[in-house]
Design a protein around this ligand. Structure first.
Ligand SMILES: C[S@@+](CC[C@H](N)C(=O)[O-])C[C@H]1O[C@@H](n2cnc3c(N)ncnc32)[C@H](O)[C@@H]1O
Length: 532
């Protein structure tokens, strides 16, 4: 294999657990093989389980750290390697072995002699014995002055140059902190299912189980166009001092808590806030028109347009099923005015294998279709469909058969769009190897197609929350500027300066992963549809 024969484009197959990975030999050999598979286009999530499952418990922690840290420092290590070698090293097996050796010396506090000896042996095991002298010489040179070489490595970013260039264009003031932030591990955050327990109750349960944690409160403040007052909600997330396996989390299997980045936890409360505003306005309008009480009971249609694996969908369902009598979604058995609403929530995703994961996640949380239909407190009909959001039409007739008015069925759409995922590189450092510059334009085009197909399906007065886990302006604020220029009936709802997260953009807010205890890079924009 040659150095420049690196990652091909990531496709769906590359996310499946890799069955043809040869997981024999020493820990270092297995990590090197995993890295080679990633360079050939496999995702980290497809190689991690085969790697860890092939090892004894005692070796898993080291293998995990070695693989993840090598990926996080990948591009910086590659540049260091180029500066150390007298002649260009082309073979990716040799380069990978050296980079694995460098990580042990510079970042993992492995004793020099062990790091060098074991890496040289691993090079022989992967059948590159002829390069073992070279590997040995480079690692010895670095071991003589690890401080100097670590500083050299840290001074630069660890991103592909095209991505670093784009980030510099987009975020010149934040660039240094951002590029350093992207090479740090991300903290673990939990979301508590507040339909079962309050966040503070679960926080105490964690503390009692000796799991140190901190409560984070994110305030979202929206300036709806039809009111002078702003509307605020507070999202509570728990940050763990140390990441842990979910099997150690109390009541995890019972669905009391879920793992979700704190910025990802903003989506469901935001769309619920928008929906509540719409329904309140609808009710007020009905009151004004002095319609009978019975007529206020209606079916609310909601869409989660790119739903898998279902993190935000589950959160949305948790909020909709909170046992709060004042909620517009609460069924009041004693209330014969019949003001309650039936919710029809459709979730779509175009990948069947990922739809399966929605079902698995909802099963743990007791939020499957049947669980919801059994609930006496809310009336939610959940429909999960495998469909392409660039063409899907409310699940029924084709576009041509429907007038624009007939297509406008949704009160609120959550569009957690496919994106370059550049905001979650800390959790998925393989992204910096798998993504290519040309992916940006393709992704931007896909996002625009999905937006253009879904927008006619939003009711007048309804909302679309656009979300990405990207930190590139083309996918975010620029996508929204282009969209609102194309659709004169779309207006952006301001997420005001009272929001204690993200940075205000021309449209929406952008979160950047710049500090090691902060959330991931997410973008949020809320659009409302007006009558034309
Ligand atoms: C950012 S992820 C969604 C994450 C999800 N909302 C959650 O919180 O767990 C984007 C999803 O979009 C899906 N997707 C990509 N292209 C699509 C399309 N054309 N139609 C529908 N879904 C699509 C992907 O399969 C992926 O599951």
């Amino acid at each position: 294999m040659r150095h420049n024969a690196t990652a091909s484009k990531s496709t769906n197959n590359h996310n499946k657990p890799s069955s043809n990975l040869k997981m024999t030999g020493s820990v270092r050999v297995r990590v090197i093989r995993s890295l080679l598979a990633i360079q050939q286009g496999q995702s980290l999530s497809s190689v991690l389980d085969p790697l860890l499952n092939s090892l004894h418990d005692g070796d898993k922690g080291f293998a995990h750290a070695l693989l993840l840290t090598t990926l996080r420092q990948w591009h910086a290590l590659a540049r260091l390697l180029d500066s150390l070698a007298d002649n260009p090293i082309d073979e990716i097996e040799v380069r990978t072995a050296i980079q694995v050796g460098l990580v042990q010396l510079l970042y993992l506090e492995v004793a020099d002699h062990a790091a060098i000896h074991e890496t040289v042996e691993a090079t022989k095991e992967i059948e590159f014995a002829r390069a073992s002298g070279l590997v040995n010489a480079i690692l010895r040179k670095v071991a003589k002055n690890t401080n100097k070489f670590r500083k050299k490595c840290d001074k630069n970013h660890s991103l592909p140059n095209w991505l670093a260039y784009q980030l510099k264009q987009d975020w010149s003031d934040e660039y240094a902190a951002l590029t350093q932030g992207l090479r740090q591990p991300a903290p673990m955050f939990l979301r508590v299912n507040t339909a079962i327990k309050s966040t503070s109750e679960y926080q105490q349960i964690l503390t009692d189980a000796d799991i140190s944690n901190e409560l984070i409160e994110l305030s979202s403040d929206l300036q709806f166009t039809d009111t002078v007052k702003t509307t605020t909600s507070v999202t509570q997330a728990l940050r763990l001092e140390q990441s842990t396996a979910v099997s150690f989390l109390p009541q995890f299997a019972e669905g009391v808590a879920s793992v979700q980045d704190m910025h990802a936890q903003l989506a469901a409360p935001l769309i619920e806030l928008a929906l509540t505003n719409k329904l309140t306005n609808d009710n007020q309008l009905a009151d004004k028109n002095s319609q009978k009480e019975e007529s206020k009971a209606s079916t609310i249609q909601l869409l989660d347009a790119c739903a898998a694996p279902g993190g935000k969908l589950a959160h949305w369902l948790e909020l909709l099923t909170v046992d709060d009598e004042s909620s517009l979604f609460h069924v009041k058995p004693s209330d014969d005015t019949n003001r309650t609403n039936t919710i029809k929530l459709t979730a779509i995703d175009n990948e069947a294998s990922r739809i399966k994961r929605i079902h698995e996640n909802l099963a743990r949380l007791n939020l499957q279709k049947d669980d919801l239909e059994r609930s006496a407190k809310t009336d939610i009909k959940l429909d999960i469909v495998c469909a392409d959001a660039t063409t899907w039409q409310g699940g029924s007739e084709s576009k041509k058969q429907k007038s624009n008015q007939d297509r406008a069925v949704f009160d609120a759409i959550l569009l957690d769009s496919p994106c370059t995922a550049t905001g979650v590189i800390r959790r998925h450092p393989d992204i910096s190897l798998l993504r290519h510059e040309e992916d940006i334009a393709q992704t931007v085009q896909l996002q625009a197609q999905i937006l253009d197909n879904l927008w006619p399906q939003v009711k007048v007065g309804g909302y679309l929350l656009y979300v990405t886990c990207s930190i590139l302006k083309q996918e975010n604020v620029e996508q929204m500027q282009d969209f609102t220029a194309r659709h004169s009936d779309a207006s952006a709802i301001e997420l005001t300066e009272a929001c204690n997260w993200g940075m205000a953009q021309n449209i929406g807010r952008q979160c950047l992963p710049m500090d090691s205890d902060g959330g991931d890079g997410f973008y949020y924009a809320l659009l409302q549809k007006s009558a034309q």
